[in-house]
Design a protein around this ligand. Sequence first.
Ligand SMILES: *Cc1c(COP(=O)(O)O)cnc(C)c1O
Length: 385
Amino acid sequence: MDVSYIINELAEDRAAYFNAVAPPIIQTSNFAFNKVEDLSRAFEDEMSGYLYSRGINPTVDILRRKLAALDGAEDALVFNSGAAAIFAAVLANVKAGDHIVSVKNPYTWAWKMFDQVLPRFGVTTTYVDGTDANNFFTATRPETRLYYLESPNSWTYELQDLPVIADYAKAHQIVTIVDNSYCTPLYQQPIAMGIDISLQSATKFISGHSDVVAGVISGSAAMMKKIFDSEYLNIGSGIQPFNAWLLLRGLRTLPARLERVTQSTCLVVAALKKEAKVERLIFPLDPDFPQYALAKKMMKGAGGLLTIVYKANTREEIVQFCERLKHILMAVSWGGYESLVIPKCAGIPAKDFDPGQESHRMIRLYIGLEDPEYLLADLRQAMEA
Ligand SMILES: *Cc1c(COP(=O)(O)O)cnc(C)c1O
C-alpha cells in the first residue's frame, strides 16, 4: 500500500462527518444501542464494534488502521505509552514457568518488567548479546516462549538479524517481539521479516511534536485480538481519543519530518567525526559502524539519534559541554521537532565516573528539524569554549 494513501486517505470516511478534512475527536466514554440484541453482540466480542472507549473508539480506530497498514500488519493496537505497549505484548504471551530470551540492555522499562515484575509471576529472562543470532538459540530452553528484540537500540544502536531470528523462532513456536521505535515502519519492516509483533513508542517519531506519550503494537489479527481481549481491556491502557487525534496529525508529516531529520543527521555525523573532542561516533548507517552491512540490509534509512564518545578526563568536561549548549535542549525522549542532548553520566553517580570506560563518556544527540548549520554552530561553541 502506498504510504501517501495510508497517511492521507486510509480509514477516513469523511462523508460520515460532514466532509471535514480533519477527522473528529469522538470524545465519549460510551456508545448507545437501540436493540438488546446488538448490545449482546457487543458484549460477546468487544472488538467488533463501539461499546465503551476503554475498548474500541472511532478516532482511535482511524489511527489504528493507519498504523497497522504502515507496518504491513493485519492489525494494530494503540496504547497510552510505549511502556504499556511493551507490557501488554509480553504479558499476553507468557505464563508462570515460562522463559524469555531478551537482547541485553533493552529499553529501561522493558528491562524493569523482566527483572522486577515478571519474576513475581514465575517468568524468568536471560539476556544475550544480540549481535550474534546464535546467542538467542543457545540460550533457548524447552520452556522458552518469547524472544524480545530491539533493533537498533536507542543508545549504541546494536542490531539483531531479524529474519534469521524470526525463522528459528517460528520453527520452535517462540513468539518474537521487536522494538522498532528507532526506525519506524518507514525505515524498517519487521513484520515482512517474519517478526510476530512490531512495537514502537509513538511518543517519538509518530507524534513528532513532543506533546503526546503513546505506543503501538502490530501483528496478525489473531495476535491483536488475543491481546485486546485480555491485557488491552484489563490493564485499560488504551490511548485516549484526543491523544489519538494528535498522533493522526503527527502522521500527516511523518515522511517529511523523517526525510529532513535524516538529511540533517547525515550532515551532523560527517561534521562531528572531524571534531577533536569527538573520540568516536556511533550511528548505524555510518560505514565505521561495526554492523554497517547488516544495517544496510535491514534498514532503508536512519536518522535522529546518534551518540558521541566525548574526549574528556573528567565528568566536569562533559557537564560543561552539555550545559553550554544554547539551542539544543537537555531532555529525555526524542523524535520531536527539537534537538536534544543527554549525557550517559547523568545516570551514573558522580563518584563512580570512570573516564577509562567509554560508555561513561557517551553523549546522545537527537537531531531535530532545525537548520543543521545552526545546530553545528551550537555544538562547536560548546566544545570549544
Ligand atoms: C521511549 C521508548 C520506549 C518507551 O516508550 P514510552 O512512550 O516512553 O512509554 C520504548 N522503546 C524505546 C526504544 C524508546 O525510545
